[in-house]
Design a protein around this ligand. Structure first.
Ligand code: FAD
Length: 350
């Protein structure tokens, strides 16, 4: 009792943080800060639960990171994904096994679990609230990819009745790529990133098979058309650019708001958690008055750049190869000669 009172009175002495964006980076940072006694408010433009455009394949995050954030138990029933099969234009070019299992869980479930954890810890969450970027002390911008005139469209849906040949099926084609992986309750998440094509004659969920057809993945498109589609799960997002996002002066950004790794690597979610881990302790120190805001924000920026620079550069390069006819021919040739350096490529983006 006495200890609880002391902790409560100490927390009054701490400066509070406001995080704009309640996605993976914002919510996991908020949970980590709350469990260290920091007063936190998250402002989220949307609501929970909701389906989001995402491959829902979490690869490369360690148990230590999830433990540090205080969220490891939220993955207790996540699917453990190990085998993968990569096809190009409908032809298998590589099969492999991941040395560390990836986690399969829908964003519908994961984001909802994270927001519940934040509330359990006494954090404040305001949904349907669109925040503006602020350079003020104590403000963190975790509002995801920056909306702009981008060349990409992301599409996703949950389907049933699609037999997978591996835990993760990756399909690249002339206009983009799609990943298929299991999530909860027997649903398979199908998620693709394509070059925006306004000439396609399809609307809403029919867009997903239409983009696959247009990229040469006709067989997959056909498989999809014969599946049961989960109601409400189709989602689309367009108008963004990959890589480093335009920096806003004085703003402390984390997650996709800071840089967006091309989704083929399946690592953006891991990076969101790792960014939260990186940002946590400097922000705890600022909150306790041990560091100025400028010092804490600069420490976070430097550490994020150091942690992510190499994998962002490597993944932007792979992305270019995948969106280039010559690049894809080289990949196919390497694969036919059994020389595709898949594991070294993977290690560069982890
Ligand atoms: C097609 C596609 C497939 C992907 N597949 C994978 C994959 O398989 N594996 C993987 O690891 N990563 C994948 N990613 C990347 C992954 O989704 C992101 O890297 C990850 O969601 C980043 O988390 P975040 O918290 O930074 O952003 P988000 O999860 O996007 O969260 C940002 C939040 O901010 C809110 N918001 C936006 N504007 C405001 C505002 N003004 N005020 C308040 N709130 C606001 C949004 O509603 C959202 O909830 C994929 C991305 C795409 C586009």
């Amino acid at each position: 009792m006495a200890r609880g009172t002391a902790r409560a009175s100490l927390s009054h002495l701490k400066s509070s943080l406001t995080i704009a964006g309640g996605g993976l980076a914002g919510l996991s940072l908020a949970v980590a800060l709350r469990s260290r006694g920091v007063p936190v408010t998250v402002l989220e433009a949307g609501f929970y639960p909701r389906h989001r455009v995402c491959g829902e394949f979490i690869s490369g995050v360690s148990i230590e990171t999830l433990d540090f954030l205080g969220i490891a138990d939220l993955f207790h029933d996540a699917k453990q994904q190990r085998s993968l099969c990569w096809s190009e234009g409908g032809h298998i070019i590589h099969r492999d096994k991941l040395t560390e299992a990836a986690l399969g869980i829908s964003r519908y479930q994961l984001d909802d679990r994270l927001q519940q954890r934040l509330l359990e810890l006494g954090g404040t969450l305001i949904t349907r609230h669109r925040a503006r970027p602020s350079p003020a002390e104590g403000h963190v911008w975790a509002a995801g990819r920056k909306a702009r005139q981008g060349r990409w469209i992301g599409l996703k849906a949950h389907v049933r009745g699609l037999d997978l040949s591996a835990d993760l099926e990756m399909h690249s084609g002339s206009n983009g790529y799609a990943g298929l992986a299991g999530v909860e309750d027997g649903w398979v998440n199908v998620c693709g990133l394509f070059q925006l094509d306004r000439s396609l004659d399809a609307k809403a969920s029919a867009l997903l098979p239409a983009y696959l057809d247009a990229g040469g993945n006709v067989h997959l498109a056909d498989r999809l058309r014969h599946c049961q589609w989960r109601e409400g799960s189709f989602s689309a997002v367009a108008g963004f650019e990959l890589g480093r996002q335009q920096a806003m002066p004085g703003i402390l950004g984390i997650g996709d708001a800071e840089s967006m790794i091309p989704p083929f690597t399946g690592n953006g979610m891991s990076m969101a958690f790792q960014a939260a881990e990186t940002a946590c302790m400097p922000l705890v120190s600022w909150s306790a008055g041990e560091m100025s805001w400028l010092q804490a924000a600069n420490e976070v920026r430097t550490a994020l750049a150091k942690r992510f620079q190499k994998r962002l550069a490597a993944s932007m390069l792979f992305h270019k190869v995948l969106f280039n006819d010559a690049g894809r021919s080289v990949l196919q040739a390497l694969s036919s000669a059994d020389l595709l350096p898949f594991r070294p490529m993977l290690s560069l983006v982890r």
